[in-house]
Design a protein around this ligand. Structure first.
Ligand code: ADP
Ligand code: MG
Length: 272
């Protein structure tokens, strides 16, 4: 097997980089084991406000485990996650118990998550799905929540599908509802885990187009994807993982430039 470098290749983001000036989301030394397998091996990553970080890596390299740890869906064994500078230590059970679940929920709401397979409520229309979180979790009155949902659905190009049920929508349209739903909570950042991997080829472009629009509007995003061309167009930074380790974290132009590390160039040529 290839020798995995122990040092992370990091580009100097400069003193004015968003990740330094105004970090929204920070992973510090996250580690997670599944028996003998290291899902995450000392991973640190800082995401600045308005930054788009694309996480690339082969299947099984720990990308989903990282997003789940960032969102506290599945805590890391050790390490720390900071959201807008506030730490939520997971390091041991005692500290975990010291953080009541309702506090966790509150923090989690500030991070949107979009998964490969979208779990919309089948008995609710698109606008009802999007309005649900704000109504239930933020206590926004129904009329106001539905009006906000309509605006968000317009933003993701579904103005004419407000009253459609999930079964009446294509995969790409459902995924755009899921994005609107994530945005409905006014999150500090949205994490995307292979949002287009389960879609028909003809649906992929629309979803990526919406994500590019959101990036252009300054949404803070962490995106796991295999769409290299898309990453190249919209990422501010590229992070690369292998075997649970974050090996590279470079500004986009450096990552796709001639001086990028060999293992990353090899990955790119494999991915096509
Ligand atoms: P990726 O998203 O990059 O494909 P994952 O984060 O899903 O990778 O997985 C990283 C590694 O951790 C893989 O070897 C995977 O098999 C393992 N893994 C992830 N989740 C679990 C789990 N719940 N139980 C056991 N092993 C897991
Ligand atoms: Mg995954």
């Amino acid at each position: 097997p290839p020798i995995v470098e122990r040092t992370v290749v990091r580009g100097d983001p400069g003193p004015d980089a968003p990740s330094r000036r105004d970090p929204v989301l920070e992973a510090r030394n996250l580690t997670r084991s599944f028996g003998p397998i290291k899902g995450l091996d000392d991973v640190s990553l800082s995401v600045g406000r308005g930054e788009v970080v694309v996480v690339l890596g082969p299947s099984g390299s720990g990308k989903s485990t990282l997003l789940r740890a960032l969102n506290w869906i599945e805590p890391a064994d050790s390490g720390d996650v900071l959201l807008a500078g506030e730490s939520l230590p997971w390091a041991d059970a005692a500290r975990r118990i010291a953080r009541p679940e309702h506090m966790l929920d509150k923090r989690r709401r500030r991070l949107g998550m979009v998964f490969q397979s979208f779990a919309l409520f089948p008995t609710m229309t698109a606008r009802q799905n999007v309005a649900l979180g704000p109504r239930r979790l933020l206590g926004i009155p129904k009329t106001q929540a539905l009006a906000a949902a309509d605006r968000l659905l317009d933003k993701v190009g579904l103005k004419d599908k407000l009253h459609s049920y999930p079964v009446e929508l294509s995969g790409g349209q459902r995924q755009r509802v899921a994005i609107a739903r994530a945005l409905s909570m006014k999150p500090d950042a949205v994490l995307f885990d292979e949002p287009t991997s389960a879609l028909d080829p003809e649906s992929v472009g629309g979803v990526l187009g919406v994500m590019a629009d959101l990036a252009g509007q300054g949404l803070t995003m962490v995106i796991v994807t295999h769409e290299i061309g898309f990453a190249r167009r919209i990422a501010d930074r590229i992070a690369y993982m292998e075997r649970g380790r974050l090996l590279m974290d470079l500004p986009r132009d450096q990552a796709f430039g001639d001086d990028a590390p060999d293992y990353f160039r090899a990955f790119l040529s494999r991915e096509g």
